[in-house]
Design a binder for this molecule. Sequence first.
Ligand SMILES: O=P(O)(O)OC[C@H]1O[C@H](O)[C@H](O)[C@@H](O)[C@@H]1O
Length: 636
Amino acid sequence: MVLFNVSRVQTTPFDGQKPGTSGLRKKVKVFVQPHYLHNFVQATFYALTEENVRGATLVVSGDGRYFSKEAIQIITKMSAANGVRRVWIGQNGLLSTPAVSAVIRERVGADGSKATGAFILTASHNPGGPNEASTAIYDALHGVAGAYAKRIFVDELGAQESSLLNCTPKEDFGGGHPDPNLTYAKELVARLGLGKSEPQDEPPEFGAAADGDADRNMILGKRFFVTPSDSVAIIAANAVEAIPYFSAGLKGVARSMPTSAALDVVAKHLNLKFFEVPTGWKFFGNLMDAGLCSICGEESFGTGSDHIREKDGIWAVLAWLSILAYKNKDTLGDKLVTVEDIVRQHWATYGRHYYTRYDYENVDAGAAKELMGYLVKLQSSLSEVNQIVKGVRSDVSNVVNADEFEYKDPVDGSISSHQGIRYLFEDGSRLIFRLSGTGSEGATIRLYIEQYEKDPSKIGRLSNEALAPLAYFPSFFWSGCELTSLVSSERGRFAPAEQTSCVVANSFYFGSPDSTVGAGEMVAIVFDFMSHIYMYSFSRVTLHCCFSNSVQLVETLALPANLAAPIIIIKAHFRRVLRRVLQKVWERMAIKFIVCKEDPLLVLIDATRLRDGGWLLSMVRWWLQRNLQFVRRRTT
Ligand SMILES: O=P(O)(O)OC[C@H]1O[C@H](O)[C@H](O)[C@@H](O)[C@@H]1O
């Protein structure tokens, strides 16, 4: 016979310690509080009848999640103290929930005993770990990455199966678009708290996605998006300490031209060889073969190293996990260093490159070519460019260089020309225009906007706000072009799809604090030919410097200060078609039309009408998106 000393310990109740539908489910940090589990176990014993406890046999086991071992010790001791005779524990404390049920119902002990009940240590499908928030999700978007993900993340690294999302490869990628970005990795984006609405569960700390063939990657933190340009810079900055493969040092780093210059700053700080190559992975291959480059990346969600000659989506995720592990090596039990912490720390050290990309897809190939030609021609006069720039925003630095990117391969000496049009600003900001080389229909124009901020007090701004001044320019640069083709196209997407920021381009300007209008205030809503929408307050100075032509126009027209009916000013060639469409819809709003020759489409509305005018804006936007195909250079 074994004798135990039983001691009584005074405890106090815990708020909300109530079993729900299926047991007591609480976060680990709640469960590990002193006496939390003890209170629950003792309360359970008190609730049971004497004969179910005294001399009884209990089963105690679970799914082996964090804190199970400690809990089994506590429950076993408390069972003994309460008179339980025998505790059956699965090997290493492991038993599936159905197995526990089977043991209670079927198992008969050597002495004929049967279990009267069990403590099952599980939270079922919910995450576990010292901090459940440290879980991760990997979304293979039903591409081939799924086949590798289970082996690498679950079997090798011990992640839970529930961390795998869309990891069964499917012929049609599950009907989705297997491109890992904020637009297409919808489910992952929503789970990480970056969707339109808050997710049901607290988002995990880490998320990543791959494309169909597993060479691209997207890295997310909880409610946080890491731009691919930042991602490669951060990997490079931490590689030597955090990734054993690079412990001997980096040979050099490289990025594609439109990728932000975040990597350049790291290379400079660490005194690394640095290369800026045209878009396309093949340019990195030469550098790697020549032993000049260890890590490289592109804004198009490609990141890789010289372990192979392609970008490698899973490698990028492992690189990030290595950095997270390294940054957390001393934080066991404390608050974890998160993805967001790492990125913000990086910005504080190296400065931040605010960055976004707009894609204008499926536009008329001829018109796109002409537009690019126009942008190149504009480059011949920097003073003209700066005149436009200063006329729009006096607070933006000068364009100091403008060119078409050309690359001379340092290894074989080959030259690649016409690799994108660059407008480079004095403060390091850049506007880049490029024709995509991967589109399958029409042309795709990519517009990359980047602004460098060194001042640590200014690195925490919203990206759309920080980039707003620069985002004004493209339409002004293009003001020498005009819309001509009004071919209706259901499929052509006229509105830009913003790939690298959470902000949808069309809400870009409405979303900024500048755009709030007071009741009775007069505002102008301007649609430029790219269907960006600008809203200006007439009582603000911004309007005067932002849109001087329109102001002059409005002044010339001597519009009344408080407009009763909306007025729509349209370009001459829109008149017939737009008027026909809009007049029908808006008859009851007594819209007056004024036709002007030189301005973009201008809708002038009394702000008091804006509250019920949302549908009106949607109508205009819908019409523009549906009907305007693209631009052609002004021929005069
Ligand atoms: O030319 P784009 O449409 O911008 O595509 C750019 C990307 O296309 C492919 O994925 C290449 O492998 C990448 O190296 C490149 O960055």
